[in-house]
Design a protein around this ligand. Structure first.
Ligand code: UGA
Length: 439
């Protein structure tokens, strides 16, 4: 059992901390936000994530998991300190490392025994070298401290499962001492471990995420071509998926990738390459395709309807994917303002993301349009002139084709997630437009 401190209680930090506690380690999670710490102590998770709250309560009650704002006491006698703070995108596409620098300095000023600092946040290649130097520059006590890279591969909505059953753990270290500590911490997880040097570990994270982003943009590009040549992207994807070299996952064409990772990490890697005088053409292409993909359906609908002024528009799904209340880079954030500018009367439904969305677009008059949030899909669809599907929530998938026909004033559906079969929609008399399939 190790004494572990985790800096930052966002998706990466909190989930890691809780899972380390679940594996028997003694964990203290550090955050500067007093309210958030109180909330977590009361057993409530600040993020919506399956199984997280239950494990928070279980491990807190077992005394293996604590929360604090007092970083000094958390760091001073830790065997390892994991950094899981955010690295938000800056206007030039580069990652903002100021939160990491703040934590690194706090660590340097607090630790009183030998300690491994492990960076979990996604950081540009070479950052961990700098963090180590930075900690040594500010170190107060005469202790051994090294920095290791341990990138995170969890996906939102399945974060706990992804951590406890990860396909691989990547550890990037520069000494046997550091490698040994991380190996021991991960021993109880019983998962494959790939041990490489620090820079390779940092690169594995970007290369993996950007590869997945490329895969999605490639499928979206092919989907757009499918529409033009009369092929069906879902059949094409199915046919491709039997080739094990291609695989069956992440072949779903749709309204483009969103979230806090792919959009940020594609731009960050492109930025890293350009700083080295290299143009990363494949990743650039993935970014370009994604940008156009987000408003593809809106443009099609506008051509069809001429204007949205005075129309009741049902919007189903606001989050960037199901299973999360996160709106970052969601297609809804691009499309809703366009619809409002055009004077649409929007009725929006999302099972968990509506409150967050209402903070950006408050209920009522916005621009020339209006937005109302509804708890039931039927209220959005009733007498609607057009419906957009942006997130494939189970609740949305459960709506039968005939429901659109019966409830909507004009059954016109633009589906960014290819939820329905084209023929099922046609058979009940719904005019159905989706991605990469015939209309
Ligand atoms: C992603 C990666 O999947 C994780 O492995 C990684 O750890 C994480 O980023 C991160 O860097 O922290 P996440 O952003 O939570 O996880 O969500 P994904 O499930 O990967 O979906 C990202 C976006 O791609 C969503 O908007 C989703 O709708 C879209 N997507 C995904 C598609 O359009 N088609 C697909 O086939 C798959």
């Amino acid at each position: 059992m190790h004494k572990i401190a985790v800096a930052g209680t966002g998706y990466v930090g909190l989930v890691a901390g809780v899972c380390f506690a679940e594996m028997g380690h003694n964990v203290v999670c550090v955050d500067i936000d007093v309210k958030k710490v109180k909330l977590m102590e009361s057993g409530t998770s600040p993020i919506y994530e399956k199984d997280l709250e239950e494990l928070m309560q279980k491990n807190y009650n077992a005394g293996r998991l604590q929360y604090t704002t007092d970083y000094t006491s958390a760091y001073q006698d830790a065997d390892a300190i994991f950094i899981g703070v955010g690295t938000p995108e800056q206007s030039d596409g580069s990652a903002d490392l100021s939160y990491i620098a703040t934590v690194a300095r706090q660590i340097a000023e607090s630790i009183e025994k030998d300690c491994l600092v492990v960076v979990k946040s996604t950081v540009p290649v070479g950052t961990n070298d700098k963090v180590e130097q930075f900690i040594h520059d500010f170190l107060v006590n005469d202790v051994r401290v090294e920095v290791a890279s341990n990138p995170e591969f969890l996906a939102q909505g399945s974060a706990v499962h992804d951590t406890l059953h990860a396909e691989r753990i990547i550890i990037g270290t520069e000494s046997e001492w550091a490698e040994d500590i991380l190996m021991k911490i991960y021993e109880p997880f019983d998962l494959p471990i790939v041990s490489v040097n620090r820079r390779s570990a940092e690169m594995i994270k970007y290369a993996s995420n950007d590869f997945l982003a490329l895969k999605i943009s490639y499928m979206n590009d092919i989907a757009n071509l499918c529409e033009l040549v009369g092929a069906n992207i879902q059949d094409v994807a199915k046919g491709m998926s039997f080739d094990e070299r291609i695989g069956s996952k992440f072949l779903n064409a749709g309204i483009g990738f969103g979230g806090s990772c792919f959009p940020k990490d594609t731009k960050a890697l492109e930025h890293i390459a350009s700083q080295h005088g290299y143009e990363l053409r494949t990743v650039k292409a993935a970014i370009d395709v994604n940008k156009d993909q987000k408003t593809m359906l809106y443009k099609k609908a506008r051509n069809r309807l001429i204007t949205f002024s005075g129309l009741k528009v049902a919007v189903l799904g606001l989050t960037f994917k199901p299973g999360t209340d996160d709106l970052r880079e969601a297609a809804s954030l691009e499309n809703v303002p366009l619809l409002l500018e055009q004077g649409a009367d929007i009725y929006a439904y999302d099972p968990v993301g509506a409150d967050n969305f209402a903070k950006v677009f408050p209920e009522g008059l916005n621009e020339k349009g209006n937005i109302t949030y509804v708890d039931h899909i039927e209220d959005a669809l009733k007498d609607a002139n057009v419906c957009f599907i942006f997130t494939e929530w189970g609740e949305v998938k459960a709506v039968t084709p005939v429901t659109y026909k019966e409830l909507m004033k004009t059954p016109l559906v633009y589906d960014g997630r290819n939820i329905y079969s084209v023929s099922d929609m046609k058979d009940v008399g719904v005019e159905y437009h989706s991605i990469g399939r015939e209309s």
